[in-house]
Design a binder for this molecule. Structure first.
Ligand SMILES: [Zn+2]
Ligand SMILES: [Zn+2]
Length: 149
């Protein structure tokens, strides 16, 4: 086999139509990956409540570069997580407000069933003469045992 024949073989090898299919397949795959990048960015940006269309276009135009840019610049949290955390904080606040009252004299937190403020000794509640439950100072009858005070 001389050199000419050898080169001819190589040329024949690349003339094979399978190369065309292979290249078309790879291009198709790359386009698929590229479009899924765009879709993923759109969805992720929407979840983070940032401009989804804008970032989708950036990734569509810049491809990998756009994706890297988005990953660097995107907001760190999902909007649902933020909302959930705020809700949780509000729920805790409510719970605290329900359990804790403030002393009308000194403003310090006192429990609902305290009879006297432990900080300034102000009388906060009367105890029922019959069942000892804490009663508001102006209540005329105990709501728990119906005893008149
Ligand atoms: Zn007090
Ligand atoms: Zn009572």
């Amino acid at each position: 086999m001389d050199l000419f024949e050898y080169l001819n073989n190589i040329v024949d090898f690349f003339k094979n139509p399978i190369w065309g299919y292979l290249i078309r397949g790879i291009i198709f795959l790359l386009i698929l990956i590229w479009l899924s990048f765009v879709y993923w960015t759109y969805r992720d940006a929407k979840l983070r409540n940032t401009s989804a269309i804008f970032w989708a276009i950036v990734v569509f135009v810049l491809n990998y570069l756009g994706l890297i840019l988005y990953l660097i610049l995107r907001p760190p949290e999902y909007i649902d997580d933020v909302l959930e955390r705020e809700l949780e904080i509000r729920r805790m606040d409510q719970l605290l407000n329900e359990k804790v009252e403030r002393c009308p004299a000194c403003g310090k937190p006192v429990s609902k069933d305290f009879l006297i403020c432990p900080y300034c000794r102000k009388k906060l509640k009367n105890s029922c003469i019959n069942c000892d439950k804490p009663l508001q100072l102006d209540w005329k009858v105990c709501p728990y045992c119906k005893t008149t005070q």
